[in-house]
Design a protein around this ligand. Structure first.
Ligand SMILES: *[C@@H]1O[C@H](CO)[C@@H](O)[C@H](O)[C@H]1NC(C)=O
Ligand SMILES: *[C@@H]1O[C@H](CO)[C@@H](O)[C@H](O)[C@H]1NC(C)=O
Ligand SMILES: *[C@@H]1O[C@H](CO)[C@@H](O)[C@H](O)[C@H]1NC(C)=O
Ligand SMILES: *[C@@H]1O[C@H](CO)[C@@H](O)[C@H](O)[C@H]1NC(C)=O
Ligand SMILES: *[C@@H]1O[C@H](CO)[C@@H](O)[C@H](O)[C@H]1NC(C)=O
Ligand SMILES: *[C@@H]1O[C@H](CO)[C@@H](O)[C@H](O)[C@H]1NC(C)=O
Ligand SMILES: *[C@@H]1O[C@H](CO)[C@@H](O)[C@H](O)[C@H]1NC(C)=O
Ligand SMILES: *[C@@H]1O[C@H](CO)[C@@H](O)[C@H](O)[C@H]1NC(C)=O
Ligand SMILES: *[C@@H]1O[C@H](CO)[C@@H](O)[C@H](O)[C@H]1NC(C)=O
Ligand SMILES: *[C@@H]1O[C@H](CO)[C@@H](O)[C@H](O)[C@H]1NC(C)=O
Ligand SMILES: *[C@@H]1O[C@H](CO)[C@@H](O)[C@H](O)[C@H]1NC(C)=O
Ligand SMILES: *[C@@H]1O[C@H](CO)[C@@H](O)[C@H](O)[C@H]1NC(C)=O
Length: 392
């Protein structure tokens, strides 16, 4: 976490030179915290001038800073704070208020600008040690219920591929009813969706029985993602394309399944990264020279792709995530590298995460990152020490 020292602020604003104490003022700024603080954290006074508040605060060593707000009646309200707010809690500009700083040597803690890719990669790569959660070989990774993550194992006998479930804060393995022959898994609104080696998608509740629905796809489903706002499931298939199904509310049953044409026929489609607004998604193939393509939703509810929005990324891609800074994270299985792109096709940065046969990626709050490897490097959690600023 970064810290911004007062003197940086003070160098930008005039000192109050009337006294020898180096009080500072932030002009036209206020603090985005509610006024009804309890009396352990501050209090409010009404005065006829900001200087009167300054006198008042100077005689109370507990006051760390205060805001002075002008009213139309040419009187003032001062909010005294016993603590230093976060840098991000200061609101600029606010033309009827000033912030007075009473402790020149204390520091503003600043939240991290996680949309700064350089800083983000630095912080993530500092934490690549001691990340192991499981040493099973894994195929797919997805979000589960109750703060869990789901991962499908990759066995030499495919019928032994099973679902494992982990607590995403502790990494603890949580028991899940036995399920086998899986290639992919997803979870949405209390239902599990499984792509199996029998070339179908089954839907289950958390008891795993009975099966609620079975959709025959005649191809292997390699990835399952959800369009939550419109209650749809996207499934990436080897060879034939992208399945798009409606999810019947409450039951979770799949309905109206259609195929969005695959523009790389014959290749394995593992990577689907849904944009935050869910009006578009990116697709990547586990094959050389395919690039990352953008599919956009049309007003008539069909999905189309063309050369626009394409990301030039010729390496095989096994996963794609669009983060809330709208960056596209592309997982390269052969080089164990993640590349991060701006949606205008600019490469913003890349990092080698170590291990072998990198496969899937999940990004959680404050850029805690889960990755799977199709090797004994298994499942890893990388936990950078970040406190991310809200995205504007
Ligand atoms: C503060 O706001 C006033 C009135 O809008 C303006 O005249 C003044 O230049 C501003 N001061 C700073 C430091 O921005
Ligand atoms: C703070 O408020 C509580 C309840 O409102 C009161 O009992 C207490 O005396 C107050 N403390 C001070 C220092 O004013
Ligand atoms: C100052 O002005 C505000 C808003 O106009 C009013 O609510 C408040 O009672 C006034 N306080 C004093 C001490 O005059
Ligand atoms: C405040 O900082 C100044 C200059 O860095 C230093 O000389 C002084 O001792 C500090 N005061 C306190 C109370 O830490
Ligand atoms: C992004 O972070 C890097 C490394 O911490 C820093 O040098 C750079 O100034 C930051 N860029 C912006 C725009 O803040
Ligand atoms: C990783 O864990 C081992 C054993 O728990 C410990 O000795 C080592 O210092 C840790 N390394 C880092 C970089 O935290
Ligand atoms: C998830 O949490 C809810 C509420 O605590 C509980 O009813 C449910 O059984 C949990 N599901 C699983 C699979 O643990
Ligand atoms: C799953 O469905 C079965 C059959 O409808 C039901 O008996 C069971 O209670 C359900 N389990 C959960 C956790 O909802
Ligand atoms: C299936 O499609 C029909 C016709 O477009 C639509 O009316 C219906 O709501 C869809 N089913 C679901 C579960 O969305
Ligand atoms: C939907 O719209 C797209 C372009 O906006 C068009 O190419 C396509 O033919 C339309 N499909 C249907 C079924 O109307
Ligand atoms: C893409 O966006 C980045 C970051 O905003 C910018 O630096 C770059 O110039 C843009 N490139 C193009 C081709 O628009
Ligand atoms: C991000 O990290 C900070 C500092 O550890 C924590 O206070 C905050 O709750 C975290 N945010 C989320 C959404 O977990």
């Amino acid at each position: 976490m970064r810290v911004l020292h007062y003197f940086l602020v003070l160098s930008l604003v005039p000192y109050l030179t009337a006294s020898f104490s180096p009080y500072g003022i932030l002009r036209n700024a206020s603090i985005k915290l509610p006024f009804d603080l309890n009396n352990d954290t501050g209090y409010t006074i009404e005065t006829v001038s900001c200087n009167q508040c300054l006198c008042h605060a100077a005689h109370n060593p507990v006051v760390a800073l205060f805001t002075c707000i002008r009213h139309e009646m040419s009187n003032f309200t001062c909010q005294m704070y016993y603590f230093i707010p976060k840098r991000d809690e200061i609101e600029y500009p606010n033309y009827d208020a000033d912030v007075y700083l009473m402790r020149p040597n204390s520091t503003f803690e600043e939240k991290d600008d996680c949309c700064n890719t350089t800083m983000l990669i630095e912080e993530i790569t500092r934490m690549l040690q001691n990340t192991s959660i499981s040493t099973e070989e894994f195929l797919t990774l997805s979000e589960g219920e109750n703060n869990t993550i789901l991962a499908v194992t990759s066995c030499s006998k495919l019928e032994q591929n099973a679902l494992l479930r982990f607590n995403r804060f502790t990494g603890e393995n949580i028991f899940v009813e036995h399920t086998s022959s899986l290639l992919s898994a997803g979870y949405y609104k209390e239902r599990y969706y499984f792509g199996t080696i029998a070339k179908n998608i089954g839907v289950y509740n958390s008891s795993m029985r009975p099966r609620l629905c079975l959709v025959d796809t005649s191809v292997e489903i390699r990835t399952i993602r959800f369009l939550k706002k419109t209650q749809k499931m996207l499934a990436g298939a080897s060879g034939s394309g992208i399945y798009l199904c409606d999810i019947v509310p409450n039951s979770g049953i799949l309905n109206n399944c259609t195929i969005i044409p695959n523009i790389a026929p014959g290749e394995e489609l593992h990577a689907i990264g849904v944009a935050q607004d869910e009006m578009a998604f990116y697709v990547g193939w586990n094959a050389d020279g395919q690039d990352i393509h953008l599919y956009r939703r049309q007003p008539n509810d069909t999905w189309v792709t063309d050369a626009s929005g394409k990301i030039d990324h010729s390496a095989p891609t096994t996963d794609l995530v669009v983060d809330n800074c709208q960056r596209i994270w592309a997982v390269e299985p052969r080089s164990d590298r993640i590349r991060i792109y701006h949606r205008n096709n600019t490469l913003l940065g890349e990092m080698n995460v170590g291990g072998t046969n990198l496969f899937n990626l999940m990004i959680m709050e404050n850029y805690t990152i889960f990755i799977t490897h199709q090797s004994a490097d298994g499942l890893r959690a990388i936990r950078p020490s970040l406190n991310c600023r809200p995205v504007p």
